[in-house]
Design a protein around this ligand. Sequence first.
Ligand code: FAD
Length: 600
Amino acid sequence: MPFPYSPPLTEIRFVLNRLIGLDKITSLPGYDSLSDDLLDAVLTEAGKIASEVFAPLNDVGDKNGIKFADGKITMPPGFKDAYRAYIDGGWNGLQVEEQFGGQGLPAIVGMAVAEMVQAANVALALCPMLNGGAIELISSHADEATKAKYLPKLVSGEWGGTMNLTESQAGSDVGAVKAKAIKEDDHYLITGQKIFISYGDHDMVENVVHLVLARLPDAPAGTKGLSLFLVPKFLVNDDGSLGPNNEVSVVSVEHKLGQHSSPTCVMAFGDKKGSVGYLVGKENGGIAAMFTMMNNARMNVGVQGLGVMERAFQHARDYAKFRVQSAPIDDRKGNPVTIINHPDVRRMLLDMKSHTEAGRAIAYHCALAIDTMRKAQDDAVKTAAAARVELLTPIVKAWVTDRSSEVASTGIQVFGGVGYVEEAGAAQHLRDARVLMIYEGTNGIQSQDLTFRKVLHDQGATFRVMTDEIDAFIKSASLDDKPSCFKIMHENLSHALAGLMDAALWLLQDGKNNPLAAAASATPFLKLFGNVLGGFYLVREAFLAQDDLDAKQGDPEFLASKIVTAHFFATHILPLTSGLARSVREGAEATLASTETTFG
Ligand SMILES: Cc1cc2nc3c(=O)[nH]c(=O)nc-3n(C[C@H](O)[C@H](O)[C@H](O)COP(=O)(O)OP(=O)(O)OC[C@H]3O[C@@H](n4cnc5c(N)ncnc54)[C@H](O)[C@@H]3O)c2cc1C
């Protein structure tokens, strides 16, 4: 049964205007024309395409799935038109630089738009998400001729983009890629098979531009021997028209737990002579170039998680306001009430709402850092912002998507038995969310990335800049004249930060010399860090909401709900951080004491 999606515009505006501060964006060169009116117009229109065009197709896609016959993929009914509406509206190029035919809007605006379309229909929105990654990669690393030939149609959305890393023996270990590339004239011939390629082919675009990692003869082993190639499905003539098929074919498509309308393909390249591929970046420099697309995708998979959380929350909330069951606990003989009146149901809804809003605040801060990294004039500011992006990316990817699965599962719990039955639609959120923890680098790999490459790598320097910011807030926040709940929020944030610092100290001292122990503690460390960051932003939002209430600005009900939500997170989630900090410090020993025989 289709269920509506309401774009959370008041919340998104609050995060952008109050928590982030729009002036931080508009003070960056090139973004000064982003007025409140323009932002409102973009968000309102994006909300419309999300709720009116993408959302009604969410369960259509789930029920119908894609069709694969005679080597061709047909998208579910309505998808082609919805995608057309999206690209005709110019949404595909929203944050692409104007010189490449886009609209040059900041990443943070792009993220707000992406959140809404992902919430509306995560399997469909994956397609433009991949286009965006391909555009960023090509515009950052390809030569001018390749940019001129491929970017216009990718930016318009008439062509789609894919990322081709995975092979059967090369999943988390991308360095194990075996696809081959041999130089011929001004191009290369690519042969090999890739698996799990999202949107490897479909009928919404005229051509598919594959970005493929492959290995030249005699290339060094591992990631240092990978080169990146642009391999179009149809060759492109000099006048831009399409030529013959480039020996690119879909071997099969996967049957998946969720995201039934996103085609996940086994792709074959070069079944005769070899698919023509054009080098992007340098020979053996492919992994560095591909990281542009991977980082883009990691961030956006986090945004997919955010979208699914919001959708699952709205769905559960609406059901809880409608379903009547049981008399209130303090009036056993009274009439049955809607389940939202039972404290435990409200607890579940607050758990869903607070994690969603925490995820949004973390992700949008990362987008702010992306914009600063791209546009700031001062080199030191740019470098610091780039380091912040690096630090936050695995948290946005893993913390938000881990939470999205939990939130979607809690959503099913709110529905009770109906939630387990497909007709209600609550189960789809969980099925769709589950892969977010796996693709684009599993969340386990993200925790290793955070621990080793982002914290230990610079001896905790970037991490400390972040925690200093939290500490400064705690020290400067005034509790004068604040309602009593602010004291506990403040206290619990302070304790949570102390726990995080303790865990980080262990990592920097003991973990540094014992990589196995650091690896064993990486996942609880990531969760701990995400919980503290989420708590920090939510508590800050509560202070801002109270200021607005005192100044009689804004919608009082919305502002009061921000305070309750932060209060909940501070009293239900932040206290868990002391346990997580102990797991980080003390837990590695047991994990490392286990052997293969421990498991029978
Ligand atoms: C629906 C879907 C869409 C996808 N889309 C794409 C796509 O568009 N393009 C693309 O290239 N790929 C895509 N993938 C592939 C995806 O990125 C991989 O599945 C993922 O990176 C994990 O690789 P794997 O499946 O081989 O698992 P494995 O690497 O075998 O991992 C299995 C388990 O071992 C753990 N593990 C492995 N190595 C380590 C390690 N060093 N340290 C700690 N733990 C480790 C993992 O965390 C995981 O829990 C897609 C996958 C799916 C399911």
